[in-house]
Design a protein around this ligand. Structure first.
Ligand code: HPA
Ligand code: ZN
Length: 338
């Protein structure tokens, strides 16, 4: 074994797939609801917690979007991001590429500048305060369609220096990637990084479209890639990162239990896999909780953990010099334990 089961000094990790709105813990939800006079179906913490059980992606999204109504002010967004970054740092996260869903905030009457100012106030000083380098990836919500996506991206370009990429999330089945090509073309022309959720609930065809039509650099989730050997060959040959979210997959019943997760097979096939928390307040934990579950329930060994850590750094959009420093730390930890 390379490391003790619960390493005192966690390896440097990049978290590449998390939605900042999905880090809204029930306690903060209640606090913000009171502060902003937003009414909730219940003010009882345990009853609230009891709602965090899902049958599928849509049942989660219903609660996730409803809960976002409590976010009203710049301070709310700053506190939300601070809480995530502080917790992520304790999990070993040194780099966070954070999704946010501006369309729902706009629908709730929150202008883009409030969202950007609030989040930036946290992220811009995250390195000094938490030791985390952090950037934003703007997600378009696929259920609202490509025209709405193009509108919000164009509006957000006023804040072009505040985000590094474009992603696509929300309901997957019935909302394939291809129609969003014009939106991704605009983002590419702006020099934004490109990612998309695909192959979480929908099949491999959505992953092909994200690669070939949208031209994404990473696939978010991608667990259904294994159903298509030609797709696996392509993903392996090009080492296209898949940002896998194990606890999310179990919560949303993509897999019945963690023991049934195909992560070991994905790694065994040579896919470039990274581990992520997705919506940590809703799915039972942060990045360290995901790794603890992989160790405990999937028997992932410490050499594999180190490889997953390396993958996360390599797959990140951080500057190359910064990545080299973290990779050297991982290599040193491996050498020390070998
Ligand atoms: N999938 C799709 N949309 C989402 C997710 C997810 O895992 N989390 C937040 N929005
Ligand atoms: Zn996600």
């Amino acid at each position: 074994m390379f490391f003790s089961p619960a390493p005192a000094q966690p390896l440097p990790l990049a978290e590449l797939h998390m939605h900042i709105e999905g880090s809204l813990e029930p306690e903060m939800l209640l606090r913000l609801a009171r502060r902003n006079a937003v009414s909730l179906p219940t003010e009882d913490l345990e009853t609230l917690r009891g709602r965090y059980k899902f049958d599928d992606l849509q049942s989660f999204l219903n609660l996730y979007y409803e809960s976002m109504r409590v976010l009203r002010t710049e301070r709310d967004y700053t506190e939300l991001a601070d809480a995530y970054l502080e917790r992520a740092a304790r999990a070993g996260v040194v780099r966070a590429e954070i999704f946010f869903d501006p369309q729902t905030h706009l629908e709730n009457g929150i202008p883009l500048d409030v969202v950007f100012n609030g989040l930036s106030a946290s992220l811009d000083s995250a390195r000094e305060r938490f030791g985390v380098s952090a950037d934003l990836i703007l997600c378009v919500e696929r259920h609202r369609g490509p025209e709405a996506a193009e509108r919000v991206l164009r509006e957000a370009l006023e804040f072009r220096d505040r985000f590094i990429g474009l992603g696509m999330d929300s309901a997957e089945v019935g909302y394939p990637p291809a129609p969003f090509k014009p939106v991704y073309d605009i983002a590419r022309a702006e020099g934004l990084h490109l990612v998309a959720h695909a192959g979480e609930e929908a099949g491999p065809d959505y992953i092909w479209q994200a690669l070939d039509v949208l031209g994404v650099e990473r696939i978010d989730h991608g667990v259904r890639a294994l159903e298509d050997p030609a797709l696996v060959d392509r993903l392996v040959a090009e080492q296209i990162p898949l940002t896998v979210c194990p606890l999310s997959n179990v919560s949303l019943k993509v897999f019945r239990e963690l023991g049934h997760h195909t992560l070991p097979e994905m790694i065994g096939r040579g896919l470039m896999v990274t581990i992520n928390s997705d919506d940590p307040a809703y799915f039972g934990g942060y990045l360290d909780d995901n790794f603890a579950a992989l160790r405990g329930e999937l028997g992932i060994d410490e050499e594999t953990v180190a490889r997953l850590a390396e993958n996360s750094i390599r797959a990140s959009f951080a500057p190359e010099a910064e990545k080299a420093g973290w990779l050297a730390q991982i290599a040193a930890a491996r050498g020390a334990d070998a």
